[in-house]
Design a binder for this molecule. Structure first.
Ligand SMILES: Cc1cc2nc3c(=O)[nH]c(=O)nc-3n(C[C@H](O)[C@H](O)[C@H](O)COP(=O)(O)OP(=O)(O)OC[C@H]3O[C@@H](n4cnc5c(N)ncnc54)[C@H](O)[C@@H]3O)c2cc1C
Length: 493
């Protein structure tokens, strides 16, 4: 009798579909090893997806972090599913062998969220970008995760509704939900936490859950929608999103107003919000950012702190709101406040804000822009921004500031010479102090960019040991194998 010698043991038995529920895969056989798991998964996925699985080096690199200085860590392969069922099959295949799964929208996240520190399969939602339903009467729609916010708004235009959230980039709705994104008009319309009504998502064992219904409100049990919004792919893979929509306003007024100081601009912001003016956007550019835009866009704005504002409503409403804002600004030494309602005039006035990112890069050609955000209670904003400006100067760094000031949120774009180790050290220290300052002011280490790899180290200081343990307990309960985007937000073990 001959005995067969197995070089690799069989993969762990997956839970059967019917018993799937919340039973998860056992940890992979140690003997299979990472290489064995990788080989088995790639062979199985190639069979399932054909040429919609790529192992090309350039494609893998493009699916690691490319936006900031967080080092690029590419996945082993990139899968391009075209249905939720295919996503389930990919997750089951990966989880059976304990290989990580990293969801990918369009890769604009800034804290290393899409990196694959342990390898694994990136799931790119490029081909899942359909708008599945629009319910204008209920002001909601149902979309696949790969649709970008601009694609969605182009689709919605004829329905007289729009999806307002606007992070600078043309991000995917899945990525925006997963990072709890916001942007320039969150002050009026809220963040993704306020605009996602329900999700369908694939858990770490391949089971599909629906987190809520289309009803505007619900008190039915734990709020799984808000648990997954902001979870950065570490708990589940989102395959469908029900979004809240808003009516396209009858009129929009937009304008710009210089101020003598950051304090005056922040005071004007607070007074505007406290007096109940429903401002749709209120953005601060510090003097350095205005200087950058003047050079980049050939403008002649006074090189002082600038507020860019926008009002949505009826024609008479936006006129009244603009007039009231102008009075508030003048009381605080600001002005002249230039505003307009025609789209082309508004675009011209807002050019400074629209071009801010590219203009900042122009301040120091060849340097890498390191973007980072914090958020504080709005009453502490002026203090936080001015202390950060003083710190930038003391650190001998170039870092213009742009802020979604209606929310107390601001960003630094630090222009760093990546060949200069001392400059990199000074940048890291500046960012640490900015976070410490925000936390000391009862703020948060990130208002909108999320945690990823870059801000994990701050969660303990922000939330405390016990809250962090609660986050770990949730992660362990939903992903005991640690296959869902591991190495982000919380570590296990
Ligand atoms: C110039 C610039 C300006 C920016 N300004 C802002 C801003 O003002 N406000 C703001 O909020 N952000 C801003 N960002 C950051 C970025 O645009 C947001 O974080 C955005 O939400 C990321 O979307 P994405 O499609 O690129 O996601 P990706 O970067 O592809 O992914 C982000 C995270 O979401 C996860 N993910 C993606 N799809 C899914 C899915 N279907 N299921 C589960 N998890 C998923 C990924 O695993 C990853 O953890 C800016 C970025 C740039 C480059």
């Amino acid at each position: 009798m001959t005995t067969a010698v197995r070089s690799t043991p069989p993969p762990p038995r997956p839970p059967r579909q019917a018993e799937e529920g919340l039973s998860f895969y056992a940890p992979p056989f140690a003997e299979e090893g990472r290489e064995g798991a990788r080989t088995a998964v790639l062979a199985e996925l190639a069979r399932q997806l054909g040429d919609r699985l790529s192992v090309a080096s350039a494609v893998r690199t493009q699916h690691g972090n490319t936006t900031t200085w967080v080092a690029n860590q590419p996945p082993d392969a990139v899968a391009f599913p075209s249905s939720a069922e295919e996503v389930q099959a990919i997750v089951r295949t990966c989880a059976t062998h304990g290989l990580p799964i990293i969801p990918f929208g369009v890769g604009t996240s800034l804290e290393g969220q899409v990196n694959a520190p342990l390898g694994g399969v990136s799931i790119d939602f490029r081909d899942m970008n359909r708008v599945l339903a629009v319910h204008p009467e209920d002001l909601d729609c149902v979309v696949e995760p790969g649709v970008t916010r601009k694609q969605l708004n182009a689709f919605l235009r004829d329905y007289g509704v729009f999806f307002p959230l606007d992070p600078g980039a043309d991000a995917s709705i899945g990525g925006m939900a997963a990072t709890r994104a916001s942007g320039t008009n969150a002050v009026r319309y809220g963040t993704m936490k306020d605009n996602v009504l329900a999700l369908k998502a694939v858990l770490a064992n391949g089971a599909m859950i629906t987190t809520s219904r289309r009803a505007r409100k619900s008190a039915a049990g734990y709020d799984l929608t808000r648990l997954l919004v902001g979870s950065e792919g570490t708990l589940a893979v989102i395959t469908e999103i029900t979004l809240r929509l808003h009516g396209i306003p009858e009129a929009i007024a937009g304008g710009v107003c210089p101020f003598p100081s950051v304090e005056a601009a922040c005071e004007a912001t607070i007074a505007t919000i406290q007096s109940g003016i429903p401002v749709a956007r209120i953005e601060l550019l510090d003097a350095l950012q205005v200087k950058a835009v003047n050079a980049y866009s050939k403008l002649t704005l006074p090189e002082r702190p600038l507020l860019c504002v926008e009002f949505h409503g009826s024609a008479s409403g936006v006129e009244e709101q603009s007039a009231r804002f102008g009075e508030i600004a003048a009381d605080l030494g600001g002005g002249p406040f230039e505003w307009a309602t025609k789209a082309e005039d508004r675009t011209r006035l807002w050019q400074a804000r629209h071009d801010a990112y590219w203009a900042a890069l122009g301040l120091r050609p060849g340097a890498k822009a390191i973007a980072s955000d914090v958020c504080v209670p709005i009453s502490r904003l002026a203090e936080c921004v001015t202390a950060t400006q003083a710190d930038i100067a003391a650190s001998r760094l170039v870092a213009p500031i742009v802020g979604h000031v209606g929310d107390g949120n601001f960003h630094l774009s630090i222009l760093v010479d990546m060949a200069d180790a001392d400059e990199i050290r000074r940048t890291e220290e500046l960012l640490e102090r900015m976070v410490e300052r925000a936390l000391a002011m009862e703020g948060t280490c990130t208002g909108e960019h999320g945690v990823g790899q870059g801000k994990m180290k701050y969660l303990k200081a922000e939330h405390g040991d016990t809250a962090l343990l609660a986050m770990r307990a949730i992660k362990t309960a939903l992903d005991p194998q640690n296959v869902m985007n591991p190495g982000k937000i919380v570590t296990l073990g």
